[in-house]
Design a protein. Structure first.
Length: 95
């Protein structure tokens, strides 16, 4: 049986998570501006609002996803799954 090296497995696919807490003074509509390399998902306050499963390069604000922020603290969670090569993401919020 041939066993791949750990570094070869990690180079094939890995996932990264990031969370941020955004405090809003009022209930309001907002837009997430996201760029990710490769696949990504976004959640706001536990609700999935976006999913992209194809490979792509990191481009600032490639996805613009509308969302609702409630008054007080809002949790934004991102998952980025990288296929091969370097990966990463960029996140902005427009209110």
């Amino acid at each position: 049986m041939i066993k791949p090296r750990v570094d070869e497995l990690l180079a094939q696919t890995d996932s990264h998570y990031a969370a941020v807490v955004v405090e809003s003074l009022t209930d309001q509509s907002a837009e997430l501006l996201v760029g990710a390399d490769d696949a990504c998902k976004h959640w706001v306050n536990g609700t999935e609002i976006f999913k992209h499963q194809a490979g792509q390069k990191l481009t600032w604000a490639a996805q613009r996803t509308p969302c609702e922020l409630r008054r007080g603290k809002n949790v934004i969670l991102m998952k980025v799954t990288n296929g091969t090569g370097p990966g990463g993401f960029a996140l902005g919020i427009r209110c």
